[in-house]
Design a binder for this molecule. Structure first.
Ligand SMILES: Nc1ncnc2c1ncn2[C@@H]1O[C@H](COP(=O)(O)OP(=O)(O)OP(=O)(O)O)[C@@H](O)[C@H]1O
Length: 711
């Protein structure tokens, strides 16, 4: 009798498939189609493997077999792909278990002779005869390790591990949670820290029945794909793992139903953007079909928005893209204003021109004022626009944190007057700043919301740390308060624009719906350690008035130590850059980037590369101009990018942090601290763009942020 079957693919099998040749991947793809149509068709030769009636093998092609688990009735799970000889030789080496902590299904290989996981035999050979070093995990009992989520069948092998090399071998094919837990303990985290940071986020809330495979396959801890999209991607060579397999912690955040606004934090490279993209796809699947765009996906700047669009297309295709509005937040505000206020000024000025504009305004329009232009510019930018204050009485009542000097009522009256005149003066030149556009956009959207007019059903925000109060007010007003209304991802350690907010005070209550990702997929442990050193000694907020740190932030990737080197002069430092590129064999395929603090240095570096016959490609506001070459850009441009190798150059005292901020040191200590923290974050962002290798150069004295390099 023929009957269709449901076939899912376990991530473990998917990894094995990816190691096959393209022709064999194609054969697996064909096999899956045939199997779904009728698993009993004779050509597939489906049979139970001795030892376990649920474990089955089927024919993919002459020398390849699929290893399957029969979940129940017509449900099967592809758990491995093997060459025929190995399938029939050592069938007992496969073990599958339902993890009691995560409730997920775990499949692993165990040794046929002594039922120990593969790797033990190698470990056995590696063990020196005398004297035996202490096993790495002897401080923990079996029960403790199991409580942390370690897979039980692997325990005997784990007990014998005495070195990092053996640990790496054992965890190579171990389930994800086991790997995470063992590495965290190995890194020196305490039992309680691991329990809190690694186990708790993946612990299932259901009662786990260790025989119920069907329930286990449904849980997020079992990483499966339900269709053959992944294989299609692989064949098209556009496949990236994140498109299909999320870490259980990530998946939980994506699929949860939140009773209101929710926030996901976490260090660089932990997959916040990936989570935001999957969240969009998840929410879109639950919407009624239609032609509208009920979901907004927004971020801080233009090139990041363009990148989100490309990635969302890869994840869900044109169909998903059609339901989602993607725009950077300033463009969104400009759109709102253009739609509702056609008389608004046309020319939009960069916010950091404000001090210069105030100076010009005061000298041409108001010769007699005693106020300092920088002070007024900061008061207008940070307090009036920063808090999106639209009336005189709001300004009289406003708290002015971080502004140093107190202002009495009369002084506020004067500043408000001057600000109004300044705005009129700008408008007379048909100009205003982007911050003004955002404030106007927020006011217009709030007026619409007061009439129950909303633009979206769901709003997803990436790079949330950089949005201003006005941006948040506008976004809040674009979506009605309801479950799953706002979902925001970001990392305050990477705040590189001067916008610090408390979401609660802006009508966005994330209390109790805030989570953090801790596993970096991008950077090696060695690079992470160097980047974290840059951040030492500062405190960071959690976007809601509290503090946040990077506790538990880690990576399973390994590589060489980052290279730090100083030169005497800028000329010599450029020699260092060329030498470093030579050492890397001058790759010009877009895998290397050079990051510098200023535009002038970027121009100098590009000239030097060109003189060397190396194609230098500038990273502009929309990202690198072309994909090839060696990319060169200022630190601000690096947000959202990722390279195999990165050189950060010009990390010199006076450039990082910028010399000009020292004028605030006494005049406005709070501003000084903020600016210094921003520059530190810029360096942190730059350092965490590197996947495999990082080199950091300076000339003269190194930046104070490289404290351990200073004599
Ligand atoms: N589950 C996953 N499987 C495989 N790769 C992943 C996964 N999650 C994230 N990645 C990869 O890790 C890298 C970083 O992801 P992403 O850009 O989402 O991190 P982020 O937290 O937003 O980083 P940043 O804060 O630095 O912008 C990307 O290359 C992404 O493809």
């Amino acid at each position: 009798m023929s009957a269709e079957a449901r076939l899912k693919v376990l991530d473990r099998a998917e990894k094995e498939i990816m190691k096959l040749s393209r022709t064999d991947i194609g054969a697996v793809y064909e096999f899956m189609h045939k199997f779904r149509n009728n698993p009993e068709q004779p050509g597939l030769d489906l049979k139970s493997l001795h030892g376990d009636s649920r474990l089955m093998a089927a024919r993919v092609k002459r020398d390849i077999r699929a290893l399957l688990l029969h979940i129940g009735e017509r449900d099967y799970l592809l758990i491995g792909v093997e060459h025929r000889s190995s399938v029939y030789e050592d069938l007992d080496r496969y073990a599958y278990r339902i993890n009691r902590v995560t409730g997920g299904l775990e499949v692993m290989e165990v040794d046929p002779i002594d039922m120990q996981p593969v790797g033990d035999s190698i470990i056995g050979r590696l063990l020196p005869s005398t004297p035996a070093p202490a096993p790495l995990f002897s401080a923990y009992t079996d029960a403790q390790l199991i409580d942390l989520g370690v897979s039980e069948p692997l325990l005997p092998g784990i007990r014998r591990i005495v070195s990092e090399e053996e640990l790496v071998q054992l965890v190579d094919r171990a389930p994800q949670v086991t790997t995470d837990v063992l590495f965290a303990l190995y890194d020196g985290k305490t039992y309680d820290e691991v329990l809190e940071q690694i186990t708790k986020p993946v612990r299932t809330t259901d009662d786990v029945d260790v025989d119920d495979l069907a329930a286990a396959v449904q849980r997020p801890a079992t990483q499966v794909t339900t269709d053959d999209e992944a294989l299609k991607f692989m064949l098209a060579e556009s496949f990236e793992r994140w498109q299909v397999f999320l870490h259980p912690t990530q998946r939980r955040l994506v699929e949860r139903r939140y009773s209101g606004p929710a926030r996901v934090g976490g260090g660089p490279g932990t997959g916040k953007t990936i989570v935001a993209l999957h969240r969009v796809a998840h929410l879109a699947r639950q919407l009624h079909p239609g032609t509208t765009k009920p979901i907004l996906l927004t971020t801080f700047n233009r090139n990041l928005a363009a990148d989100l669009k490309t990635r969302l297309l890869a994840l869900g295709g044109a169909e998903l893209l059609e339901r989602v509005d993607i725009a950077n937040v300033d463009r969104l505000a400009a759109r709102v204003v253009a739609e509702q206020d056609p008389r608004a000024p046309k020319r939009k000025l960069d916010d950091n021109q404000a001090p210069q504009l105030w100076r010009k305004f005061l000298s041409t329009e108001n010769g007699e004022t005693t106020w300092d232009a920088d002070f007024l510019a900061a008061e207008w930018d940070q307090v009036i626009l920063g808090q999106a204050l639209t009336s005189r009485s709001d300004y009289f009542r406003a708290r002015r944190p971080y502004r140093g000097r107190n202002l009495n009522r009369m002084e506020r009256e004067e500043i408000w007057e001057l600000s109004e005149r300044f705005v009129r003066w700008l408008a007379a030149g048909d100009s205003w700043t982007w911050r003004q556009v955002a404030v106007r956009g927020a006011a217009l959207e709030m007026a619409r919301a007061a009439e129950d007019k909303y633009r979206y059903r769901h709003v997803i925000v990436d790079e949330a740390q950089d949005l201003s109060a006005a941006h948040w007010r506008m976004l809040r007003a674009m979506v009605p308060a309801a479950p799953d209304d706002l979902f925001v991802t970001g990392d305050t350690h990477q705040r590189i624009y001067d916008n610090k907010v408390t979401l609660g005070s802006l009508g966005i209550n994330i209390r109790g719906r805030s989570s953090r990702l801790t596993l970096s997929y991008r950077t090696t442990r060695q690079i992470l350690a160097a980047a974290l050193e840059i951040m030492s000694g500062e405190t960071y907020d959690d976007l809601d008035g509290g503090q946040e740190d990077l506790a538990g932030y880690r990576s399973l990737l390994r590589g060489g130590q980052p290279f730090f080197c100083g030169a005497r002069t800028w000329e010599e430092e450029r020699d260092l850059i060329v030498t470093q590129l030579d050492e890397w064999h001058r790759p010009q395929d877009g895998s290397v980037a050079i990051c510098v603090p200023t535009k002038e240095l970027a121009t100098d570096v590009m000239k030097r590369l060109e003189a060397e016959g190396i194609q230098a490609v500038e990273i502009g506001p929309d990202g690198p101009k072309v994909g090839d070459g060696v990319h060169v850009g200022t630190m601000h441009r690096f947000k959202g990018l990722e390279y195999q190798r990165v050189i950060i150059s010009g990390v010199t005292d006076g450039l990082v942090p910028r010399m000009m901020i020292s004028r605030y040191r006494d005049a406005d200590p709070a501003k000084y601290q903020r600016e210094r923290q921003r520059d530190r974050s810029l360096l942190f962002v730059a350092a965490t763009r590197a996947r495999d290798e990082l080199a950091v150069f300076w000339h003269g004295a190194p930046s104070p942020f490289l404290s351990s390099r200073r004599q």
